[in-house]
Design a protein around this ligand. Structure first.
Ligand code: GDD
Ligand code: MG
Length: 366
């Protein structure tokens, strides 16, 4: 089975994490984000993946390679200019088979694609959209179904008066190649706004699911995805690593303080006396925690050094940062790559510090 993954967005809402790393390969727990999608697809019989890229495509290719690591063939297509969700697919048309999957590349899910493909065949659909319920559908495409799962209407980013269901499009589709006849070439086209409406009543079906589903487009959702993976709320290959105690401490890690599950401490991590990591902490390779430092409900990426008596809670700290003693990083703060924060600062309130920035000792308090 073939799949096209759309990864052409700039990931602006995940800045500063995506300022230096393309969104598909931002590390999530212990692997690039998009690896979860590749492994999920491979588990449903996908062996050929076309990655439809825009922004920083070579960065994605360098990290993922030819796909052999994930048991599939991986190819990359780069549009000359952003073509939108349908335009990007049109651009890849020469490579497409008669039936294929299309995925939005920013979701973490374990939806049963095999069941969705079976429904697609049973109904003779041209397009079958995976659907999931969400509490607030306003940021998505909402879908109403008839009793046979035919789509009655599709409204992208509905206004409040247009919302009378909580079922939204999950960004996972089974498609027949013929739908590309509806897409004009050489211009930007939105599949949600220009193609689905044309297929209502003419082969557009929905396949509702109760599976785990999350669009990881913001720092809050990135943290939620991290915690859901290490708590086992979503089925991923990480679960095997976590084992029954929901704790991974790499054999090269040196933990003098404590590691509190669920947590993942990767290669070369050092946790000094009196420091603790977890619960709900992910420490990337070579991260060090000074004496008495606390990291909980937080992600700290490769090589970052955290000084003594620091507190990191509900935050994301990218790779290669240095945090001085007694500094606190709290409440949704996100530090980009290579940031230096001096001693005795308090960074909170959703602050985003951009890559390479340096903040002196005692400069910021709340
Ligand atoms: N190649 C390419 N070119 N990819 C693109 C382009 C483009 O011009 N524009 C967007 N993408 C990719 C994004 O990287 C993302 O993976 C996917 O297409 C969807 O775009 P988003 O910008 O994330 O859309 P959204 O989240 O607001 O809405 C979409 O996803 C929802 C589910 O998360 C829609 O498909 C909604 O209907 C859906 O409910
Ligand atoms: Mg999205």
């Amino acid at each position: 089975m073939q799949a096209v993954i759309l990864v052409g967005g700039e990931g602006t809402r995940l800045r500063p994490l995506t300022s230096t790393v393309p969104k598909p390969v931002v590390p999530l727990v212990d692997r690039p984000f998009i690896a979860y999608m590749l492994q999920w697809l491979a588990g449903h019989g996908v062996d050929d993946v076309i990655m439809s890229c825009g922004f920083l495509a070579s960065g994605v290719r360098n990290v993922l390679g030819d796909g052999s690591r994930y048991g599939l063939r991986l190819r990359f297509v780069e549009e000359p200019d952003p073509r939108g969700t349908a335009g990007a697919l049109k651009y890849a048309e020469p490579m497409l088979e008669e039936r294929f999957l299309m995925l939005n590349g920013d979701v973490l899910t374990d939806i049963d694609l095999t069941a969705q493909i079976a429904q697609h065949e049973r109904t003779g659909a041209k397009a079958t959209l995976a659907l999931v319920p969400v509490p607030d559908p306003s940021a998505y495409g909402v879908v109403r179904l008839d009793d046979d799962r035919g789509v009655l209407d599709f409204v992208e980013k509905p206004s409040p008066d247009q919302i009378d269901t909580n079922l939204i499009s999950a960004g996972a589709y089974v498609l027949e190649r013929e739908i590309l006849d509806l897409v004009p070439a050489e211009r930007k086209v939105s599949i949600e706004r220009e193609v689905w409406p044309l297929l209502v009543g003419d082969g557009l079906y929905g396949c509702p699911s109760e599976s785990y589903w999350l669009d990881i487009g913001t720092p809050e959702r990135y943290l939620k995805a991290t915690f859901d993976i290490i708590e086992g709320n979503v089925r991923t290959p990480v679960l095997e690593r976590l084992g029954d105690d929901y704790l991974v401490v790499d054999e090269t890690a040196q933990v003098r303080g404590r590691a509190v599950p669920p947590a993942m401490l990767q290669r070369g991590v050092r946790v000094a006396e009196g420091a603790h990591a977890g619960s709900l902490a992910v420490l990337g390779e070579g991260v060090s925690l000074g004496e008495g430092a606390v990291v909980e409900r937080a992600v700290v990426l490769d090589g970052t050094e955290i000084g003594a008596d620091c507190t990191l809670r509900d935050c994301i700290v990218a790779a290669g940062c240095r945090i001085g003693e007694r500094t606190q990083i709290l409440e949704g703060a996100v530090l980009g790559e290579g940031v230096t924060i001096g001693a005795e600062n308090v960074i909170a309130g959703g602050a985003r510090i951009f890559p390479g920035v340096s903040i002196p000792d005692g400069a910021i308090r709340f």
